[in-house]
Design a protein around this ligand. Structure first.
Ligand code: HEM
Length: 310
């Protein structure tokens, strides 16, 4: 089964993240299914106006809407609603979301046009619960000044770590997607020395080089998100972008994974202190205000939504 190719695309200089809530009733669900199945065609017709815009869109579906939007297909083995985390005053909330549209391009106008057309096609069959406009900041840095995305899996590893295979044959070609919108406390962050900031991330700020294990604190973001199972490092593919306005801003975290439990273990290690009291100190400076899991079905399954089994 072919996956939605946009999963493997670059993060794009511009992104739109739209979280939808589907209305009640079968007729409503049918309209949403038809609109989602048509997304690959819409991407082609809008995108062909300028190939260099590299327009793409991944469509994914949440556990709560799966039965209605993908009738006749079992729930992907690991799909469930986001489990909220809470420890020591750190909170990772779970928020609603039936459908996620992850639109990316090198040009903002292409993102706008595609998002507008998809939402117009869906009409009142769904409400937009959240629309976030993401953008690349400088040389792909987060607003806290560190390059974001460096340690993403590359080449063949990208598919290996993002696309479901024989472990769930009905959903082969699909991918688990996790999103969180973070709000950053810049005053608090900027009060740290550069050296202290580097200890929070586990990398140097200017050059983006990882700190050696003997100097990297166990509370560094790098240390808390490095997951090793049976001697092998487990990876996820992050396509984060920054978002915001002059008053409030932060990171839109979005990750694709073949194994949702890898992302969940990272989240747990970030927010919940271990026996030594270690958690990810990055979350002392950035607070998530949303949290959702979705599943991006294979391209075949997406296009078949317009013609579900009776
Ligand atoms: C405010 C939110 C976040 C910010 C600003 C942020 C920023 C960063 C930065 C600057 C890096 C180092 C460069 C790189 O390899 O990309 C990084 C690495 C990483 N982040 Fe995050 N991140 C955030 C949230 C998350 C979350 C929620 C997860 C997982 C659930 C995560 C997983 C990872 C992983 C796996 C790495 C690579 C670690 C390594 O192999 O060295 N990040 N992040």
């Amino acid at each position: 089964m072919a996956s939605q190719s946009a999963i493997q695309a670059g993060p794009g200089r511009c992104a739109r993240y739209l979280v939808l809530g589907v209305g009640v009733g079968e007729a409503t669900a049918e309209r949403v299914r038809d609109a989602l199945a048509a997304v690959p065609t819409l991407v082609r017709s809008v995108g062909q106006r300028d190939d260099t815009a590299a327009l793409s869109c991944v469509v994914s579906i949440g556990a709560g809407a799966w039965e209605r939007l993908v009738p006749g297909r079992s729930l992907p083995a690991q799909l469930h609603t986001f489990r909220a985390l809470s420890d020591g005053g750190r909170e990772a909330p779970s928020t609603p979301g039936d459908v996620l549209l992850h639109v990316r391009a090198e040009r903002e106008d292409f993102c706008h046009e595609l998002a507008r057309l998809i939402v117009a096609t869906i009409g009142d069959a769904a409400v937009v619960l959240e629309e976030v406009h993401g953008f690349a900041y400088m040389d792909s840095r987060d607003l806290i000044g560190f390059v974001d995305g460096t340690e993403n899996p590359a080449a063949d590893e990208r598919v290996e770590f993002t696309i479901v295979g024989e472990e769930d044959p009905e959903h082969a070609g699909g991918s688990y997607v996790t999103t969180q919108r973070y709000v950053t406390d810049f005053a608090k962050w900027q009060a740290l020395s550069v050296e202290a900031q580097e200890g929070v991330i586990g990398r140097t700020k200017l050059d983006d080089v990882e700190l050696a294990d003997d100097v990297c604190p166990p509370t560094a973001h790098k240390a808390r998100t490095t997951i090793v199972r049976d001697g092998a490092e487990q990876k996820i593919l992050r396509h984060n972008r920054v978002w915001g306005n002059a008053r409030e801003s932060g990171t839109f975290f979005i990750a694709y994974a073949r194994d949702l439990s890898v992302t969940e273990t990272m989240l747990e290690r970030m927010f919940v202190a271990d026996a030594d009291g270690n958690y990810d100190h990055l979350v002392d400076f950035s607070r998530p205000v949303t949290g959702c899991h979705f599943f991006a079905p294979s391209l075949e399954m997406l296009e078949a939504l317009a013609d579900p089994p009776p």
